[in-house]
Design a binder for this molecule. Sequence first.
Ligand code: B12
Ligand code: SF4
Length: 520
Amino acid sequence: MRILLYNPDNGVTHNFMPHLWMFLLKTLTPPEHEVLLIDGNARPMNEKQLVSFIRKEKIGLVGIGAMTRMIARAYRMADAIRAAGVPVVMGGPHVTEVPDEALGRNGGPRHADAVALGEADETWPRIVADAARGQLNDVYLPLDENGKERKPSLQPYPEIPWDKMDLDQFNLVPKVVRPLSEKYGTGWGSVHMIPIESGRGCPYGCEFCTVTGFFGDSIRFRSNESVVNELLRLKNTARKNRSQAMVFFIDDNFAINIKRTKSLLRDIIAADAQLPWTAQISSNLLRDEELVDLIAASGGRWIFIGMESIDAANLADVNKNFNKPSEYGAVLNRLARRGIYAITSFIVGLDNDTVGVADRMLNEIEKWPPGLPIFGLLTPFPATPLYDRLLKADRLTRPTHWLDFAPFKMAHTPLKMSIDEAQAEVRQAWTRSYSPERTESAIESIADKPWDHRLMHLISRLTFRGIYFPQMGKRAWAKVILDNRRSIIRLVREGLRGRRKVKPSSSTATVPFTATVKAE
Ligand code: B12
Ligand code: SF4
């Protein structure tokens, strides 16, 4: 059987990083079947184009995975595929949380022949076998002999053959720049960000988050050896292909067990398996100086920190009072001293937020080492404690907001602001954070750092602003470049002067945290 795994485009980022689930399920597919992958973010298609691809390639089963925000698009694609007579199985967080919707059991239309609930590592081969026999069940659940949900142990973990996968569509170097970057920056013609999981699960149970419910509060880890070997394979392939590989450890909280994280990082260093990496770590775990030393020595460059709010009352409301706003600055300084920077994520529209919250946050953020702040609105994802609380309080204005998804639009009424006010606060936060003046002063504030660190910051800032402000296409980028010309010219001049004197700190030492960002 020929199988297509399809991930709908998210409408914001272009070809930033492959989705791990597709590559994992492809690896877990019994060898007698052939698996094709389409990520809509890299290869956008409408319903007609997708159906004609499926017909041409004689696909017998389509698997679709989607987060909540992409589910409406996923349903539209699934409807078109099923209308063409090809069965569809859907998986991922949203269908796990609301399976009846995809199966048409809640009064709406049916979109999928089958749904895979939860982690599908063990159920996927069964789904494929049933589909090949033409006998798909409606629901697949990973159960043990006693009928209890079973979570995969991650030991052993499959070897994803990244070197054999077609990753050309995920090259982060824009096509127009490739000839130049090949010529002047040997080995920089192609740059890939590869997702690696070293463990699953987070016990913290923040009110708005689906992770504790989905992966369970029992944390499971791969062996250090399996992670180190994956890094070594990536490093060798990059060296052979004269390209660059970076890693995103997609664990929800990479340092959730500090002892284990330290031991993994020590093993990476001992095996010389370092690649520049990014990971998500909560701020409370970054108090540990030894951990931060090991992060730096093992290739850690960007840490994603869910700060959410600078207001302790807000954090308590969403069960995240292990975050201490008073220590955010110290944590970021601890990282910056080692050349590590942070993507700091904030939520607007929390119950204690009032008008002016964006400027209050920005006044704090601007005192810290420069990073990449991102701002979102509090979003009630289905099956989270937050969703249930707002539903009970009759505060949901769009209870099935995912069916008419719109970015940066609230689905409930905040307590101390109106919806419009909360949305305006998010706009103000993005506008002020990524204004040319702010970008210039952020780069200025690290004038003592090596040139390539500052270049990395500039590129990352220019791409990150596109998460909020659509910037797809040459015209939009020309405007961004024009608006930020002072910072760009200054760095280019300095770089040209320095080329004769100074070498960059090391070829893989700094990489921009970049995503090709497109308009919604
Ligand atoms: C990496 C990641 C991202 C990346 C995505 C890019 C990429 N290429 O991967 C980035 C950083 C950009 C990102 C952004 C966001 N993310 Co995110 N992200 C993750 C994260 C940490 C890991 C995803 C992953 O690869 N997991 C590992 C794989 C193996 O697990 P999996 O995807 O669930 O797949 C398994 C099963 O679900 C199932 N499965 C999945 N698909 C399919 C399909 C079929 C056919 C079958 C059979 C089975 C199946 O099988 C797999 C193996 O068991 C998850 C949390 C998590 N731990 O999963 C959040 C998560 C997916 N993100 C989430 C959210 C909310 C977001 C944002 C909206 C955050 C924000 N406020 O801005 C943005 C949206 C971005 C966008 N524009 O789309 C939520 C989604 C909740 C929901 N119900 O939709 C999650 C679950 C985290 C959370 N806090 O709740 N994210
Ligand atoms: S710490 Fe992060 S992953 Fe864990 S429950 Fe909270 S938001 Fe979710």
